[in-house]
Design a protein around this ligand. Structure first.
Ligand SMILES: Cc1ncc(COP(=O)(O)O)c(C=O)c1O
Length: 409
């Protein structure tokens, strides 16, 4: 049956009957989106401050992405990586120019987990003397394939999946001494998100990433930055690591890379790249012409419209709105902001707060049980920002009052 003829409850029933229930979904069917707004099948409008789990950094349906993809659809959709294509080469050049320069080499795939898998395989192939271990960090998140699940040092993601892929050693986020003690003669790499996203928008302590770089250099390890969430301008710089003046050996990107379409990349250096020898790794759709044209349009749009600066301005505006709120409300433990990654750690369960925001027309996310996470678009308007922050304040004040009432009762 064509979607247009189905009611909201018909679609919910289809999901109930035919879709694997591995996601916790709100009973809302989103029909269309534009910029930072979406509408459901009952005509309700929502402001989206968690734009496509962070993928729609230019907002929903950005015109420049649509135009590039439409043009490419009529030219060539897909040929395998046995051939060269113009869009893939240009995309690689643009990404390398903004990261490792002429030393950069890109491998393309379709999701963040795949980009990290590529990084993990490259690490093992590049390592000498039987080294294979990778140090990752508690609270980190690197994806849902078996290797990236094992790399994500969060036991809740491991339950029932054993035996896990071997070779990941976990250290507390931000603790350099602990990392030193975990390095042995089998260690090959250190892998980290420059700012933990799913872990609750956790910014590393001063000097931590620089310390990891130093340790990696001392011990001959690769430093891998998972920038699936922090990359592509999310933090107001092209890549999160540019805030910390620390350059990795391998960089992974996905989410916002193609302006809302599926696409991912692993970027490394000319010295390391040849270890991923022909035949050792591949991706059928990786670097396809549609993703490549969208990826190019994403970079060009950000530069043409000065959106890295706009992201910084929006970040400052969020800070201005949310800092007094965090100070006013007892239920808010901490506000953490890095560019357009915003986390409000609550002292109460954050899930009902998210549900209440949705009822008020604001889409946000909860992570780690108590953290409200916002990943807004860099195209958000000042009015939309103020409207969303107002809704958030109203909802949080309501929970503050409830908290006080229940403590008195
Ligand atoms: C830092 C990080 N790495 C990897 C992933 C996995 O990306 P994907 O869902 O595209 O596989 C995510 C997804 O949230 C992420 O935030």
């Amino acid at each position: 049956m064509a979607t247009a003829t189905l009611s909201t409850s018909d679609i919910l029933q289809q999901f109930e009957r035919y879709v694997v229930p591995n996601y916790i979904r709100s009973p809302i069917v989103i029909e269309r989106g534009s910029g930072s707004q979406v509408w459901d099948t009952d005509g309700n409008r929502y402001l989206d401050f968690f734009n496509g789990w962070g993928c729609n950094l230019l907002g929903h349906c950005p015109p420049t992405i649509i135009e590039a993809v439409r043009d490419q659809l009529e030219t060539l959709i897909h040929v395998p990586n046995t051939w060269h294509t113009g869009p893939q080469g240009s995309w690689a050049e643009l990404l390398c120019e903004r990261s490792f320069g002429t030393e950069g080499r890109a491998f393309f795939c379709n999701s963040g987990a795949e980009a990290n898998e590529a990084a993990i395989k490259l690490t093992r192939l590049h390592a000498k003397d039987g080294r294979y271990k990778i140090i990752t960090f508690e609270g980190g998140f690197h994806g849902r394939t078996l290797a990236t699940t094992a790399a994500s040092a969060q036991p809740k993601f491991h339950a029932g999946l054993g035996p896990l892929v071997a070779g990941f050693v976990y250290a507390p986020f931000g603790d350099l001494d602990a990392v030193v003690h975990r390095i042995d003669d089998q260690t090959a790499a250190i892998m980290i998100e420059p700012v933990q996203g799913e872990g609750g928008v956790r910014v590393p302590p001063d000097g931590f990433l620089a310390g990891l770089r130093q340790l990696a250099d001392q011990h001959g390890l690769l430093l891998i930055f998972d920038e699936v969430q922090t990359g592509c301008g999310r933090t107001g710089e092209w890549f999160g690591y540019q805030h910390f003046q620390v350059t990795p050996d391998i960089l992974t990107l996905a989410k916002a890379l193609c302006g809302g379409l599926a696409g991912a990349a692993m970027i490394t250096t000319a010295a390391i790249a040849p270890s991923l020898r022909p035949g050792m790794h591949a991706s059928t759709f990786g670097g396809n012409s549609i993703a490549a044209r969208a990826g190019i349009a994403m970079i060009e749009t950000i530069e043409r419209d000065g959106l890295l600066n706009r992201a910084k301005q929006l970040s400052a505006a969020f800070r201005k709105h949310l800092t007094p709120l965090a100070q006013e409300l007892d239920i808010v433990d901490q506000l953490r902001i890095c560019g357009l990654m915003i986390g409000l750690e609550l002292k109460i369960d954050a899930k009902p707060v998210v549900a209440e925001c949705v009822r008020h027309g604001l889409l946000i996310n909860c992570t780690q049980g108590t953290v409200l996470r916002l990943l807004p678009a860099m195209t958000l308007s000042d009015d939309e920002l103020a409207e969303g922050c107002e809704i958030l304040a109203e909802v949080l004040r309501k929970y503050q009052v409830e908290q006080i009432s229940s403590s008195i009762a």
